[in-house]
Design a protein around this ligand. Structure first.
Ligand code: 13P
Length: 388
């Protein structure tokens, strides 16, 4: 009988299909069945994506821009200085067991070039723990002209050369977060703009050796029920995959970072983890090809425990993709509060981070029980118009 590994490899396109086929193929006898691109990095992209999507592991998102990091530091009474950001990021990357649960870390540009307080390159600290360094490459949201309080995401100008430089610096995957708002529409223009931007970024990242982690965040804001989120998510993901295919993105070398399908934050009817899992898996099955190796959810303002319970519910039976986490708030919240900016609390704060990382690792394996969680970890973190 064929082994699981052999079966898995049969999903991969033939090597010839990974080549950039932008120019027409005139040799009829060797006609390519479908076009995907990734050029010379194809093998490496597939390997990187599979490493990140490895059993029992997920992504630590620590890519808050300096402005957003400042807001988080302010919440514990610290000033937004480079030294304080460095101290916090050092705390996040140095717990010794982190690599057991975390396979990738998304960094803000400052951190990609930053050292720990002990003078070690943060990228090196991650690689030693077998954690793949990633980088936020979008340049944030601006108002979408002619639309009702909707946004579009900037950052395509100069993206190819930035990706090439980030690769040189050790990054191997790249995040682009754009948002879709349900109460403000979403208008057809906003969805198309979000999908096209994601597709262009995904193609450019692959051309430069970085695995794109594709993030159209459907914001939690709103009074709508879970059905409405499901409807919008179907529309958004249909367009994202349509434009990624048009841009010849190689699906074996991408990761996704979706929102879970939940009711709006202000909806009176709450959903159980089983309901969230049912709707979210139905969405994924309808929209996401099995060629995609990993689906790494954002937490979006859910409480730490809620995000873990929902992930666990999605992993109760086998899925065609690795279903895991790429949380910022739902991994960092208790950790940050426990630290409070005091050197004597670093160990306790790192333990708090490891506790969440381990809980989500168990949830990736479908083995999280939810027992013994603190009141802090159960607190919701929804903030209107949250940004990175
Ligand atoms: P949250 O888990 O806080 O929603 O983070 C999402 C994100 O995009 C950070 O990279």
């Amino acid at each position: 009988m064929a082994s699981a590994t052999l079966l898995k490899s049969s999903f991969l396109p033939r090597k010839t299909e990974w080549l950039n086929t932008a120019r027409p193929n005139t040799n009829k006898s060797s006609a390519v069945v479908f076009s995907v691109r990734a050029g010379s990095y194809a093998d490496e992209l597939v390997k990187t994506a599979k490493t990140i999507a490895s059993p029992g592991r997920g992504i630590l998102a620590m890519d808050e821009s300096n402005a957003t990091c400042g807001k988080r530091l302010a919440s514990i009474g610290l000033e937004n200085t480079e030294a304080n950001r460095q101290a916090y990021r050092t705390l996040l990357v140095t717990p010794t067991e982190l690599g057991n649960y975390i396979s990738g870390a998304i960094l803000f540009e400052e951190t990609l070039y930053q050292s720990t307080t002990d003078g070690k390159k943060i990228v090196d600290v991650l690689v030693e723990q077998k954690i793949v360094p990633g980088i936020k490459v979008d340049k944030g949201l601006v108002p979408l002209a002619g639309s009702n309080d909707e946004s579009w995401c900037q950052g395509l100008d100069g993206l190819a050369s930035r990706c090439a430089a980030y690769y040189q610096q050790g990054a191997r995957f790249a995040k682009w977060r754009t948002v879709v708002s349900i109460p403000n529409g979403p208008s057809a223009l906003a969805v198309k703009e979000a999908a096209w931007g994601l597709a262009r970024y995904a193609a450019i990242s692959q051309d430069n050796g970085l695995v794109p982690i594709v993030e159209p965040e459907i914001l939690l804001d709103g009074h709508h029920g879970i059905e409405r989120t499901f409807e919008v998510a179907q529309k958004v993901w249909a367009e994202v995959f349509f434009y990624m295919a048009e841009n010849n993105v190689m699906f074996e070398g991408i990761l996704l970072k979706p929102s879970m399908v939940t009711p709006g934050a202000e909806c009176e009817e709450k959903a159980t983890p089983e309901q969230v899992a049912e709707y979210t898996l139905k969405l994924l099955k309808r929209r996401i090809p099995p060629a995609v190796p990993g689906i790494m959810f954002l937490s979006g303002g859910q409480s730490e425990v809620e995000a873990t319970l929902n992930l666990n519910a999605m992993n109760q039976s086998p899925n065609p993709w690795h279903i895991s986490f790429s949380y910022a708030r739902a991994l960092q919240n208790t950790c940050l509060k426990t630290w409070g900016g005091r050197p004597e609390n670093v160990k306790a704060a790192q333990d708090a981070l490891l506790l969440r990382a381990k809980a989500n690792s168990l949830a990736q394996l479908g083995k999280y029980s939810g027992e013994g969680e603190s009141a802090e970890a159960k607190k919701g973190m929804f903030v209107k118009n949250w940004s990175y």
